[in-house]
Unconditional design. Structure first.
Ligand SMILES: *Cc1c(COP(=O)(O)O)cnc(C)c1O
Length: 407
């Protein structure tokens, strides 16, 4: 019975052309990666889809630090943090990040998590008690949405980046604890949330500001400390979640907040308490990653990323001008997430397939992940891309457009 039930559901997904396909990589994360194709053969692909924005996942120092960490700490942590899994490696990572965020969050402390998904569940489900209320941007990441569903607090959704609507909602709220929740860089649009305005509203309405800096950490700010450094924000009202699986090139996550908030999360966050602490070897390697990220390597790579962004936007902008009748649009993004909004699901998937046939992997994103009529290519850039990689992408899009016109 269960199998029949599931077959029906799988068929329904397939009929809407929404089946997601798993692809196996046969070489390490990199812009040039061997990916197994449907006929079972590994093929070199030019990738525009990973979140390894600084290219640190394949940096030799990271592999070396991981090996070193494994020599020192061997395998697993053996238990959750509060039982016996918390090691010196976790403590050093947390202390290091605490010092990074001290200028932005008075009396900052940091708690480490195994993934960003779990860190977001921790913050939302623990702080969103029955006396609280959430104010959530409609384009927030799935992990924040899931966490708010788990929480007791009701959720008021506001239109994307709509500060005026948020202000009205806050003004009419009688909740004792008000929690504004927003991504810093929105994952499917690449735009930045209006963080200074959100913080201003938090101050005016005695609210707290939960920020998910998954795509900003390592990418934004002179030293890569993320959105708080970029906007030069400082407030004890900020509760920042960052992931270490994207620009930091490894895995893990953290929450940075005033020490009172962290003390409570340790006691109440179920995704902190009831899960095995992450590998200490990974925490050891993360310290090396943070060195790279804030130092000369990170600074040079962030500059290169900006140059790639400019090159891509110029090239796609020209291409869209020449083909204005297509009605495609380049999203107004100043980050490594550069969506090309095509509109229809079909055209998006035809374009993505044409690029795949030319040896490039650029995922098409369709509803319900994005609004109906706004299907898009989600192009992500990494500092390990070269100018000629971008040229190849531009040429392949041009060729695909001509073939689609001819068809
Ligand atoms: C990737 C992502 C997460 C989840 O982080 P993981 O460490 O991959 O679990 C959370 N929020 C946003 C906005 C993300 O893009």
């Amino acid at each position: 019975m269960l199998h029949e039930h599931l077959t029906q559901k799988l068929d329904a997904i397939a009929q809407q052309h929404l089946t997601r396909v798993l692809r196996t990589a046969e070489s390490p994360t990199s812009p040039h990666q061997i990916v197994r194709s449907t006929n079972g053969v590994g093929q070199q692909r030019l990738m525009f889809c990973s979140n390894d924005y600084l290219g640190l996942a394949s940096h030799p120092r990271i592999a070396e630090a991981l090996a070193e960490g494994a020599q020192i700490w061997a395998g697993g942590s053996g238990a959750s943090h509060l039982i016996s899994g918390h090691t010196l490696a976790h403590e050093r990572l947390e202390d290091r990040l605490s010092s990074w965020f001290a200028p932005h969050i008075p009396q900052a402390r940091v708690l480490s998590f195994s993934t960003g998904y779990m860190a977001n569940l921790a913050v939302t489900s623990a702080l969103g008690d029955s006396e609280a209320e959430f104010f959530s941007d409609e384009l927030n990441h799935a992990s924040l949405i899931d966490g708010m569903r788990l929480a007791k607090a009701p959720v008021q959704r506001y239109g994307h980046a709509n500060v005026a609507e948020l202000r009205k909602l806050l003004a009419s709220s009688t909740a004792k604890i008000k929690l504004i929740v927003s991504d810093t860089i929105f994952s499917m649009d690449g735009d930045m949330g209006p963080l200074p305005e959100l913080l201003q509203l938090a101050q005016e309405h005695d609210a707290w500001l939960v920020l998910d800096d998954a795509h900003g950490f390592g990418v934004l700010g002179e030293r890569g400390r993320g959105a708080l450094e970029h906007f030069d924000l400082s407030s004890e009202r900020i509760i920042l979640v960052g992931t270490l699986g994207k620009a930091a090139g490894l895995s893990g996550a953290f929450v940075a907040a005033h020490e009172r908030v962290i003390a409570y999360l340790m006691q109440a966050a179920r995704t902190y308490i009831f899960t095995t602490a992450s590998l200490p070897a990974v925490c050891h390697a993360l310290l090396a990653s943070l060195d790279l990220l804030e130092g000369e390597v990170g600074q040079q790579r962030r500059r290169h990323l900006l140059a790639l962004q400019r090159q891509l936007r110029k090239g796609l902008g020209d291409l869209l001008d020449r083909n204005a009748h297509l009605g495609w649009q380049l999203a107004p993004s100043s980050t490594p997430v550069q969506p090309l909004i095509v509109g229809s699901n079909d055209a998006t998937m035809v374009l993505s397939s044409a690029l795949e046939a030319a040896g490039l992997r650029v995922p098409g994103i369709r509803p319900p992940t994005v609004p109906v009529g706004q299907a898009r290519l989600r192009i992500t850039l990494c500092a390990t891309h070269t100018a000629s990689d971008i040229d190849r992408l531009l040429d392949a899009v041009e060729a695909a457009v001509q073939r689609m016109e001819g068809a």
